[in-house]
Design a protein around this ligand. Sequence first.
Ligand code: NAD
Length: 266
Amino acid sequence: MSERKNVFLYYIPSDELEPKIQQLKTVGKKQGFKLVDNMEDANIIASIGGDGAFLQALRKTGFREDCLYVGINNKRLGFYTDFDLDKLERIEEGLQSDMVEVLRYPTLEVTVDGIQTFHCLNECSIRSNIIKTFAIDVYIDDIHFETFRGDGMVVSTPTGSTAYNKSLRGAIVDPRLRSMQLNEIASINNNEYRTLGSPLLLSSSRELVLKIVQDGNDHPIIAVDNEALGIRHSHEVSIKVSEKVIKTIKLKDNSFIHKVKRSFLQ
Ligand code: NAD
């Protein structure tokens, strides 16, 4: 943290936020940080807002490995937002550095039709964009594993395991395990269609390929984190654990275990 001083603030301006941002800027300057207007000049990227804002900041700045990402929440703490805009003294404490740790979060690399590659920190989801179900042939390391029919599938990272994946009754995965989890959205299981029916945790050495069966409902929505890709006619989505990790900082008393407890058990 000490050698990183150029900060880019990512937020959606509003009248409510502006006075708080000014106070934050004052604290930053006092601690020797410089605010930059271009994200390219930054080595710290701070999002202000919820987890959704943090995910957007990553996407808009291209999942940079040479930057530290910091999430600052303006309402309540999230999974990626360790700092609270209303507790400036805590941010100031964090900026002085021995109270914070750098964490490295695994991401997923998603390639559509062998051409376009995207990254995600929470999950990649493929969902029907109409009322009809659609089918996906699932391949793991080139082995045909199952044919899914239903509303869609979600492949999540460990940190994304507490998001959409959890609503689908997936397991919560410790981010220290580089892995990805395949989960179903309302699969049909009868004499015609058969899927595993439970979440599947795969190691970082596996490659997952989801081939959209071209049988009439061939244009599902593909989304990476909270953004739908504008790709309408995709046939094949391949997903693996990326070499790219996102560096973020957290306060020492706010581990993954603290966050899971705080969010789901209190
Ligand atoms: P947001 O900040 O409004 O997020 C929505 C909620 O999801 C918030 O409560 C947020 O704290 C929580 N969240 C986001 N990432 C999380 C994580 N990794 N662990 C635990 N909670 C997390 O912003 P948004 O743009 O709506 O969020 C995008 C995320 O919402 C997607 O990446 C997806 O995981 C999730 N999502 C969930 C469902 C569902 O549970 N049915 C459906 C669609 C999307």
